[in-house]
Design a protein around this ligand. Structure first.
Ligand code: ADP
Ligand code: ZN
Length: 672
């Protein structure tokens, strides 16, 4: 494969192993060298023996040197410095031994003495006055001369520029830098920073490495097929999609899938993040796009993968906010032009990833561009088990590690979280000097990923611990007895991480529509913590901050977005682009009403929760006490303490519910 355009590709540093093998030549040119050279020059100038002449003073000259009549000439330089040249034969005199020691010999030209003066005029008068008595031929006439300190001038003139350029480079490297702050980057602005996995260093990820995602795989299979034998499609006159959009939350394996497509088809893979296009400099984004496509065309067939395409692909021209966006729009326009600009049979396929397809510019989604959307969701129970299988492979496992059990405990985790759990569990096992990773290590890893690192030595006073226990129990009880709230899987009051003192984990159901009652019940459950503190201790703590934040969001959502408030009515002020933060689409009066209604809603939920918890007070206290003792309670323990969940339709098959939950969003619902 030709090596021609390799230079223009700035390699990502964390991919050192994949770097094309360049001959091991000189160390890379580094900008610090320039700084070094400048410093050396300055030092050299500073120490250069500018004057060998001996320093003297004005008085000494007038009283001692002048009367000796050994002076050849006196030169006034730049009106502030006087140089004295002695007669050649006078130098032989013993008096001037000092001068000789300084390296001046008989035939030396001088100047031999020098001193500085402040007032040239008065010096000249002085000199003349002193010589009044001298015979005319011995009188010395003051000569004047102007000397240019060229070097100094040049440096003084250049220095600001050097500083400016230095500063500029610094800023550029900061901005362009990111992870790969290679020294030569300044020359590469505008070059795409696509990371090329060359065919020789081929992507060795295949569909085998991507667990689950069966439907998505079927969709991209077609792309693989096309890249492998395009003739099959074009012979029939079919047009191959130019691009596909992978839509899904972060960590669900979009990048992985795109790589697998390249790996399966055995084609080069260019990967770039949308935010790489967005630079401070005008035109940089557009030129990056151009460069990326140029490179890709040279290497066709190939895959271009643009992560976070929403960074460039946001809908154009809706924002009222000035500037800034123009550059993004230029970049987007360039992207659209490039996508239109190549023939479909060229074999360049663009995959892009986003988790917000709703904010993308509609032009991007038109036929001939990203006309396919492949949705990639968080994995379900079986999907997670599959992903666990992939990531368990490299681990040394103890007996009894079961991907299915792990999957049950990791409701709501995405593929990346699972990969993280597996890695973390191995680390935990190693820390405990085990030679195999067992189930407990996995449990610890899950806890750690949900709540952060366990803080064994985080000192929490018994009083505080009690508050936390009651707070969490309040959530648990409220959630247990209210209808339509996600079932609880775990309550923990083991302090973790920086902020989390305790947490409750829920199993979110596969649900897209919520009723008003359900949302209110969810708010009640979220308020449960604060209400419990209020009831039991008669005072409240800051522990509920996170809860309150979410309640506020929910309440405003109900009132302003979902039209769930009778007073405000069936209106929705949802702004998909969330760009017009300054201009509210409603009047001051409505704004006031909204605030009042939100307050009313939250207050009524508070009262409802308080009534519920007062009614269940004995259970609340019982639960809190057990929690204090055991620190972690699982769903089964809760059933034991509280009885079966009244509103759970599946209570009969509680065990099965645990094995077969449907969930979508994250399982982490509450962190004190
Ligand atoms: P995204 O691009 O969607 O944010 P990535 O593709 O970067 O997510 O996924 C991050 C990591 O998570 C992958 O490197 C892989 O280890 C793991 N992962 C995610 N989804 C899966 C999956 N379906 N099968 C196996 N591993 C996965
Ligand atoms: Zn709470």
């Amino acid at each position: 494969m030709a090596d021609t355009n390799k230079d223009s590709i700035t390699e990502n540093n964390d991919n050192k192993s994949k770097r094309p093998k360049l001959p091991p030549v000189m160390p890379k040119f580094n900008f610090y060298w320039i700084y070094g050279i400048i410093a050396v020059v300055f030092i050299a100038i500073e120490f250069m023996p500018r004057d060998v002449a001996m320093k003297t003073t004005r008085t000494k000259f007038l009283t001692e040197i002048l009367p000796s009549h050994d002076i050849e000439k006196v030169v006034l330089i730049n009106k502030d410095k006087v140089e004295i040249y002695l007669k050649k034969d006078a130098l032989k005199n013993e008096k001037y031994k000092d001068l000789k020691d300084r390296g001046m010999f008989g035939d030396d030209v001088g100047p031999h003495y020098t001193f500085e003066i402040s007032d040239a005029g008065s010096f000249e008068t002085d000199l003349n006055k002193r010589q009044e008595a001298y015979p005319a031929n011995e009188r010395i006439i003051l000569e004047t001369a102007t000397q240019h300190n060229y070097l100094g001038d040049i440096i003084g003139w250049l220095l600001p520029f050097v500083l400016l350029i230095g500063l500029w480079m610094f800023v550029m490297r900061r901005m362009g830098g990111g992870a790969g702050g290679a020294g030569g980057q300044i020359f590469n602005i505008g070059k795409s920073r696509a990371q090329l996995f060359d065919k020789d260093a081929r992507v060795n990820i295949t569909f085998k490495d991507v667990a689950g995602l069966d439907e998505a795989k079927v969709e991209v299979m077609e792309i693989v097929d096309f890249l492998k034998n395009p003739k099959k499609y074009t012979n029939l006159g079919g047009k191959i999609p130019k691009g596909a959009l992978l839509v899904g939350p972060p960590g669900t394996g979009k990048t992985l899938l795109a790589k697998a497509v390249a790996g399966e088809a055995g084609v080069p893979f260019f990967s770039l993040s949308g935010s790489d296009f967005v630079e401070m400099f005008v035109g940089v984004g557009a030129s990056r796009v151009r460069d990326l496509f140029k490179q890709a065309k040279e290497k066709a067939p190939c895959i271009i993968f643009i992560d976070e395409i929403d960074a460039v692909g946001r809908a154009r021209g809706k924002s009222m906010v000035q500037g800034g966006n123009d550059e993004r729009e230029n970049t987007l326009n360039q992207l659209l032009t490039e996508m239109d600009g190549f023939a479909t049979d060229l074999g360049v396929i663009i995959l892009a990833a986003t988790n917000r397809p709703d904010i993308l510019d509609s032009a991007l989604l038109r036929p001939g561009r990203f006309d396919r959307q492949i949705s990639i969701d968080r994995p379900d129970l079986n999907g997670r088990a599959e992903i666990f299988k992939v990531h368990l492979k490299p681990l040394k496992l103890a007996e009894g590690v079961d991907p299915m059990k792990l999957s049950i405990q990791t409701a709501g985790f995405a593929g990346a979280d699972i990969a993280n759990v597996c890695n973390e569990s191995a680390l935990i096992a190693a820390r405990n000097n085990k030679d195999k990773v067992d189930m407990q290590d996995f449990q610890d890893a899950v806890d750690r990923i949900i709540g952060g690192l366990e803080k064994k030595n985080k000192i929490i006073s018994p009083e505080e611990k009690e508050i936390i226990a009651y707070h969490e129990s309040g959530h648990a009880i409220a959630g247990w007895f209210l209808e339509g709230v996600d079932p609880l899987v775990k309550v923990s009051i083991v302090p973790r991480g920086v902020a989390a003192l305790g947490y409750a984990q829920y199993l979110p159901k596969d649900q897209y529509l919520y009723t008003t009652e359900q949302l209110e019940n969810m708010m009640c459950m979220t308020l449960g913590g604060r209400v419990a503190e209020d009831i039991i201790f008669g005072r409240i703590s800051t522990g509920a901050q996170n809860d309150l934040e979410r309640i506020t969001k929910m309440a405003y959502g109900m009132v302003t977005i979902y039209g769930m408030n009778a007073t405000i009515g069936n209106v929705s002020f949802y702004d998909t682009n969330q760009e017009q933060t300054f201009i509210k689409p409603f009047s001051e009066r409505t704004a006031e009403l909204i605030d009042i209604e939100v307050r009313k809603l939250i207050d009524s939920c508070y009262i409802k929760t308080k009534a519920l918890l007062n009614e269940k007070r004995s259970k609340l206290e019982e639960l809190a006490k057990i929690l204090l003792k055991r620190e972690i309670l699982l769903q089964a323990d809760l059933v034991e303490i509280l009885g079966k969940r009244p509103h759970d339709k599946h209570t009969e098959e509680e065990a099965k519910v645990e094995v077969m939950p449907h969930e979508t969003s994250t399982g982490i619902a509450d962190v004190v």
